[in-house]
Design a protein around this ligand. Structure first.
Ligand code: NAI
Ligand code: CS2
Length: 499
């Protein structure tokens, strides 16, 4: 096939023709019919493949056009620049093991960048026609201290606290927001000072009790601003439901974009790639209207905790184990790592021996079968999920994914050897910075410099030096003799395998 350069972009002007093409579906609703009913912070790949798709399906099933989404980017205007010329339209390339399909999504009605659009986002958050906000800003996006509270020493947070004070004093616009939670907090203050209408904030990041965490951080912002009356309003009118979110959504590659172009016969700069599987379990805690997500396959229930813990400890810990061991052994993708000799068994051992004993199985879930289904999803060779992408932000992910399991096993009098192996694999990943073939391994982590500094030194002292990083390892874990010995031995063995 000649390599023709496709210049026409996916947009409202071209979507109808695209939807007629073979292998293309969507949008499920006419994007022009949607009014904005929710705001999303962190318009990354996962939101576009998960919440935005569920929300569009819910709108279609209920014939409810109130749920257009205003997206708010995080650290750059890149996504706004990608989707602006496309009228917010983008597509999801769903890659099953042996088939690929493409769906155009129309629920994202605009994308704004806080660096230039803070005032518009504040107005939207305060609007009575807007009832909720959701977030996927990554584990590191919450500006937290070691103990989990809002990091008031963070310059962006400090600036947002000052701006919140100005917002509440009625001194007018207080400049562009510096953090997602700062922008959200100022928007809630604007809402409190105007209609006071109820609101829900739906965290969709891989954090334990993610709604409770987010609510605590927003309250921390208001407390720092001395906003006593706003705190009372938050308690009375704003909820922070927790969620369990699941769909494997790897970063989009240029090869993905070219594949989508061949299907769409249009260029889609906002393309995202995902597996077919998706799951969304949402705590039923909404003071006002929300999309009928359950009509799109989500589960809205009174208690999501067991689902959250099972998913983060079973899926995400296994993902991290395969990412670090796979990357060190030179496997570029999770699928190759799962198929490698011995690594699937290591993953099963982690699930069976260390994780499952700490879990209360969610209703109707067989944990062993769940573990196998996870490995089967990871083994999808069509997805191209890179080990290095899953390996990123380990300082933020390990505490959520494995250290709770470790603490529970130690409390039960058992040293979790697989959990120790996962921690050790991360340590060697940090220390070596290269795989078994000598290829460099990128350390993409908000603590990268501190970790390199802590890791530097003798091989024999590596485990002790990184266990001493209190932002990651609580002292009761780091100093537990059995766990310390298990990590030290696993580090020694891995270092000998990765010279
Ligand atoms: P992404 O890299 O495509 O998007 C991340 C978003 O977070 C971007 O909008 C970025 O601007 C924003 N962000 C990143 N660091 C930030 C910071 N320090 N402050 C403020 N904003 C920041 O990543 P993706 O794939 O959308 O994943 C985002 C989150 O979604 C994950 O961290 C995880 O918590 C959750 N998730 C992801 C899944 C996946 O397979 N990709 C599946 C399940 C949950
Ligand atoms: C992955 C998750 O990148 C990672 O750390 O473990 O994004 C994973 O793909 C999702 O949680 C799956 O739902």
């Amino acid at each position: 096939m000649s390599s023709t350069t496709i210049t026409d972009r996916l947009s409202l002007a071209t979507v109808a023709a695209a939807a007629e093409r073979q292998g293309v579906s969507g949008p499920a609703v006419d994007p022009r019919s949607l009014s904005t009913g929710m705001v999303h912070f962190g318009v990354g790949a996962f939101h576009r493949a998960h919440q935005a798709a569920y929300t569009e399906d819910a709108a279609a099933a209920a014939g409810d056009t109130r749920w257009g989404i205003l997206g708010v980017t995080g650290r750059s205007a890149r996504v706004a620049d990608q989707l602006g010329p496309q009228d917010g339209l983008y597509s999801v390339l769903t890659k099953a093991r042996d088939s690929t399909s493409l769906r155009v999504i129309g629920s994202l009605r605009g994308v704004r960048y806080p660096g230039t659009d803070t005032e518009e986002v504040l107005r939207t958050l305060a609007a009575e026609s807007v009832h909720l906000a959701s977030l996927t800003i990554t584990e590191k996006g919450y500006s937290r201290t070691v103990r989990g509270g809002l990091d008031l020493a963070h310059p962006g947070v400090a600036a947002d606290v000052a701006a919140l004070k100005a917002e509440l004093s009625g001194r007018g616009f207080a400049g562009q927001a510096r953090t997602p939670l700062g922008l959200l907090g100022r928007g809630l203050a604007r809402r409190y000072a105007s209609s006071g209408a109820p609101f829900a904030v739906v965290c969709c990041d891989n954090l334990m009790s993610n709604g409770t965490v987010t609510g605590g951080l927003v309250r921390g912002l208001a407390e720092a601003a001395g906003a006593e009356r706003m705190l009372d309003w938050l308690d009375a009118a704003v909820t922070f439901p927790s969620t369990m979110v699941d769909r494997i959504v790897p970063a989009t590659t240029e090869a993905n974009r070219r594949e989508a172009e061949r299907i769409l016969s249009l260029r889609d700069e906002g393309l995202v790639v995902a597996e077919p599987f998706g799951q969304w379990i949402i705590e039923d805690k909404f003071p006002g209207p929300r999309p009928a997500w359950e009509r799109a396959g989500a589960i809205v229930t009174g208690d999501v905790h067991a689902f959250e813990v099972a998913k983060l400890r079973m899926l995400n810990a296994t993902h991290s184990l395969l990412a670090y061991l796979g990357a060190l052994r030179g496997y570029p993708t999770i699928a190759e790592a799962v198929d490698a000799d011995g690594l699937a068994e290591e993953a099963r051992r982690l699930q069976r021996d260390d994780v499952i004993p700490t879990l209360a199985a969610p209703p109707g879930l067989d944990l062993a079968e769940y573990g196998e289904s996870i490995l089967s999803r990871f083994a999808n060779p069509n997805l191209g999920h890179s080990t290095i992408q899953v390996a990123m932000d380990g300082s933020q992910k390990l505490p959520v994914r494995i250290l709770g399991t470790v603490a529970d096993r130690l409390a039960a009098g058992v040293v979790p050897s697989s959990g120790a192996l996962l921690v050790a694999a991360w340590m060697v990943f940090v220390y070596r910075g290269r795989d078994i073939n000598g290829r460099p391994l990128l350390l993409d982590d908000p603590m990268a410099d501190a970790l390199r500094g802590a890791a530097a030194g003798s091989e024999t002292g590596l485990a002790g030096r990184l266990l001493a990083v209190r932002e990651i390892f609580p002292v009761e874990l780091a100093d537990h003799p059995g766990f310390r010995a298990a990590v030290t031995e696993a580090v020694r063995r891995l270092l000998s395998e990765i010279p």
